[in-house]
Design a protein. Structure first.
Length: 145
């Protein structure tokens, strides 16, 4: 009987249909991967994946074409890339959001950097999200004696 050991990797790639269901599945599977990597507080990365996947399914959608989520874990960050096939529609954060438009402001607030790069077909929106160490920052109690 042959024993096979899975080799741990720091890269995660997923291709999904450009639909609301695909965007939701991207978030759920990304969170599962973040937990498998041992990311102590994956909330920021989860929100960035959710927003970029939603944008790809909504604004970057081309019927019959998928979008791709790629995450790479570094020592102190997670790089998130979401690619779609609509290269002519680049995301632009708005100065004053109306009913929508908060997503890229959220990405900008959670990421140390983000941007857009062209591909042969379409574009990739990327963000670098720092990995927060265990415990919440800014919340502590002073010991009362």
């Amino acid at each position: 009987m042959k024993s096979e050991n899975a080799t741990p990797t720091s890269e995660f790639v997923l291709r999904l249909s450009a639909t609301r269901r695909g965007a939701r599945l991207a978030r759920l599977l990304a969170v599962q991967q973040l937990h498998e990597w041992g990311v102590p507080d994956p909330d920021a990365a989860e929100l960035v994946v959710a927003e970029l996947a939603c944008n790809a399914a909504t604004h970057g959608r081309v019927p019959g074409r998928d979008f791709e989520v790629r995450m790479e874990r570094g020592e102190d960050h997670v790089r998130i890339e979401v690619s779609d096939t609509r290269g002519e529609r680049e995301p632009e954060p708005v100065a004053v959001p109306d009913e929508g438009g908060y997503g890229l402001l959220l990405v900008s607030a959670l990421a140390t950097a983000w941007g857009v790069k062209a591909r042969c077909v379409g574009k990739t929106v990327w963000a670098t999200v720092p990995i927060r160490r265990s415990g919440r920052t800014g919340c502590f109690r002073r010991a009362v004696r």
